[in-house]
Ligand binder design. Structure first.
Ligand code: GRG
Length: 298
């Protein structure tokens, strides 16, 4: 109980710190073009679990990274995540009206502004990474940016989204489903862990362990998302529940059934925890986050 309380308190601290940093780093809603800046702030602030920032902090703290550096990385990954949600909700993609318990960005601000808000959040994310020293050696910072760009682009999240859009109404096998999700959801989660770690001292053996952890937890996140989509009510999810089935999208639940999908999520959690075995630093938060991701209810 004490450990759970301690984790919740750490999580609350990181979430508040990231919220305050985002508030400060996003352009003010009074700055021209005000409508666009308002939409960017609407999409990012005051909602979401901040899982990717939490993973960046947990990985970075485990290798001695400073809070200032981790704050930057956390804000950058959250800006990319928010942009992906704004674009994913657009009528030309998933066409959704509810996100984080409120109207989606295009419902609140119009389609053109939502599109531009997503574009601007993506650019801001890279600006945040470029304008501060995040690693002792500038070459490591360039590598960090490369990892980030790769995770966001056509061989990462955007590519996964393309495969997702193409898969509607089709039958995918397990390998194809995994391929799609490793890119669509897993790539940014993995980058969050690796970028957090890159802000500290990470020997290659540690990097490999973190990479295995990140890959397992990235996939677990999506398996649980699929389970929640069919089990949890819209009110607790803050987004439209049951959408995947309604749109004829292949999911872990449609492929494996609920029971096996839950077993698979538990297997992936164990894989993530195993990857932390022998970790030289403090990996407690990473392990706790693995539990949080797999046992979450929204
Ligand atoms: C449009 C380029 C582009 C990519 C979109 C990530 C994504 C790709 C779409 C989101 C659609 C979706 C619901 C994917 C399932 C996994 C996921 C990313 C869920 C939402 O993330 P959470 O649960 O959301 O971390 P919060 O609101 O807590 O931040």
């Amino acid at each position: 109980m004490k450990a759970e309380h301690d984790f919740r308190s750490w999580m609350g601290d990181v979430q508040s710190r990231v919220e305050a940093a985002l508030e400060r780093l996003l352009p003010g809603a009074d700055i021209v073009p005000a409508h666009l800046h308002e939409a960017m702030r609407y999409a990012v602030l005051g909602g979401g679990k901040r899982v990717r920032p939490l993973l960046a902090f947990a990985a970075g703290e485990s290798v001695g990274a400073t809070t200032e550096r981790l704050e930057r990385v956390a804000c950058a990954v959250e800006c990319i995540h928010a942009y992906s949600l704004v674009h994913d909700d657009l009528p030309c993609m998933d066409d959704d009206v509810l996100r984080r318990g409120k109207p989606t960005a295009h419902v609140a601000y119009g389609e053109a502004t939502a599109l531009l808000a997503g574009d601007s959040l993506q650019a801001l994310a890279f600006q945040l990474i470029a304008e501060t020293a995040l690693a002792d050696d500038p070459r490591d910072q360039i590598e960090l940016m490369r990892v980030f760009a790769h995770a966001c682009g056509s061989r990462g999240m955007a590519g996964g989204q393309a495969i997702d859009l193409d898969s509607v109404g089709k039958t995918l096998d397990l390998a194809q489903l995994e391929h799609m999700h490793i890119h669509k959801t897993g790539a940014l989660i993995r980058a969050s862990v690796l970028m957090g770690a890159a802000c500290g001292r990470t020997p290659s053996a540690v990097k490999d362990g973190l990479d295995h952890y990140a890959r397992a937890i990235g996939l677990a996140f999506q398996v649980v998302d699929d389970i929640l989509d069919c089990e949890a009510p819209t009110a607790s999810l803050g987004k439209t529940a049951g959408k995947d089935a309604a749109q004829g999208k292949p999911t872990y639940v449609s492929l494996l059934g609920l029971v096996r999908a839950k077993e698979f999520a538990a297997e992936l959690r164990q894989r993530a925890l195993d990857a932390l075995q022998g970790f030289p630093g403090e990996s407690r938060r990473l392990a706790e986050l693995a539990d949080f991701i797999v046992h979450r209810e929204f």
